[in-house]
Write a protein that binds this ligand. Structure first.
Ligand code: PMT
Length: 403
């Protein structure tokens, strides 16, 4: 996940370096933006060294540039679009006023107006400035617009006064950022084996049988599980997707390869989720040469069933939670329930792939979770990432030792 950290000018600006390190522990990619006055308190070099990224300090490139840099001038739009959250810490009375009034006179204020990502501000200032009606009105305005405010702590202030205005603790700010981003660490003790994408069964050196799985559902599960702290093993058929960071990625092509990879890693896993669309049949014989076209003649392919990996896992599993998917075009509930028992799974995630926004190669899915205790949890249309989190929540509930 990518976030922007805005640092504004106050004595607490140095604490933003500590916040950067803390947020990096959450595996967040951080783009630091400093206002001109922040640079009076701490240098951009500190943040560049911590993040390994250029720190944005100017709207139009370097101050010394005679000609404004066009790329920099539109950078705020690019940053605004790619971030998942903007956090400003410390946030001065000045920046809060500008945010509240919609003034866009530097990079940070322009970014604030341009982004649709959630915003967290952690104010820090002199107690009288904090208590001033103008600041309190600005805070109320920002809150009413959905900005998350981490209230300052009380205590001894840099100005020599005592009262409210100290930057909230780094952990408090980090917790708020995690909460707003929906980051949880509830899967830290789990090793989750996920299969994704299609399998391909070769007919000859140039042709193969496959299906329309893009891998999006399985990759969303892998990403969500990794973010929630699980060790993730992702066994993937061919897809165009980027490998999620920090997962143990095992690329496979055929059902046979997927079976071997899954069985090899199943024992070390605590949860297994089979989101892959495995080819149910493969050619009995694979031609070593390209099959020639003969005019007027039908070509009959003889197919045999592939090994049912989910059923095999169901037969051999010990304490693992085993979750299968069911891609159905009719009789969804009956088919899902049948798969639950015949494959000895703990849960089946059924999607009616004929429904709009569900199933193959979409960014959303519409699923019902079928459980062994006869519960059926029908979820509305959601992004595949949201569906992934719901499946993981349920998986965790099924884990005996984490109950
Ligand atoms: O990849 P996307 O484009 O995001 O699409 C997502 C999806 C539609 C592929 C996904 O949501 C889904 O439904 N995956 C399962 C597809 C499927 O193969 O369903 P099935 O009903 O044919 O199989 C039932 C279960 O048995 C599945 O968990 C499957 O992985 C498993 N299986 C099937 C055959 C086989 N030989 N071995 C298996 O393990």
């Amino acid at each position: 996940m990518r976030i922007a950290l805005g640092v504004t000018g106050g004595v607490a600006a140095y604490k933003a370096a500590e916040l950067t390190r803390r947020l990096q522990q959450e595996k967040l990619d951080i783009q630091v933006i400093m206002t001109r006055s922040a640079r009076e308190f701490i240098t951009p070099l500190t943040f560049a060294a911590l993040t390994g990224q250029k720190v944005i300090t100017e709207m139009f490139g370097k101050e010394s540039n005679a000609t404004p840099n066009v790329e920099s001038a539109i950078e705020h739009i690019a940053v605004a679009q790619r971030i998942d959250l903007l956090v400003v810490a410390p946030a001065t009375a000045d920046i809060l006023a500008k945010f509240a009034q919609g003034i866009a006179d530097d990079f940070l204020t322009t970014l604030y107006l341009a982004t649709k990502a959630p915003v967290v501000v952690a104010p820090a200032m002199n107690v009288n400035m904090w208590e001033n009606a103008a600041t309190q009105n600005n805070i109320a305005t920002l809150k009413s617009r959905g900005v998350h405010v981490v209230d300052p702590d009380e205590g001894y202030l840099a100005c020599g006064m005592t009262g409210s205005g100290r930057l909230a603790g780094i952990e408090t700010i980090a917790k708020e950022v995690c909460k707003v981003l929906g980051l949880r660490h509830d899967l830290e003790n789990e090793t989750i084996l996920i299969t994704a994408g299609p399998t391909c069964e070769d007919l000859d050196p140039v042709r193969y049988l496959t299906n329309r799985s893009s891998g999006k559902m399985g990759y969303a599960l892998a990403t969500a599980a990794q973010r929630r702290g699980a060790k993730v093993i992702l066994v993937s058929g061919p897809t165009d997707l980027q490998t999620p960071e920090g997962v143990d990625w095992i690329p496979v092509r055929t059902t046979k390869q997927m079976r071997e990879a899954v069985l090899e890693r199943a024992k070390e896993s605590t949860i297994i989720i089979k989101a892959a669309a495995v080819a149910d049949y493969r050619p009995v014989a694979q031609s070593q040469q390209k099959i020639k076209r003969s005019t007027g003649e039908h070509l009959v392919l003889e197919l045999e069933p592939t090994p049912d990996i989910l059923a095999e896992l169901g037969r051999t599993k010990s304490s693992q939670v085993l979750i299968g998917f069911a891609a159905e075009t009719e009789n969804v509930a009956a088919s899902a329930r049948k798969k639950l028992t015949t494959k000895n799974a703990d849960m089946i995630v059924a999607n009616d792939v004929t429904q709009a926004g569900a199933g193959f190669d979409t960014d959303t899915n519409v699923v019902t979770l079928y459980l062994r205790d006869h519960r059926e949890i029908a979820l509305p249309k959601m992004t595949k990432f949201q569906v992934a989190d719901k499946i993981l929540d349920q998986a965790l509930e099924l884990r005996p030792q984490t109950k």
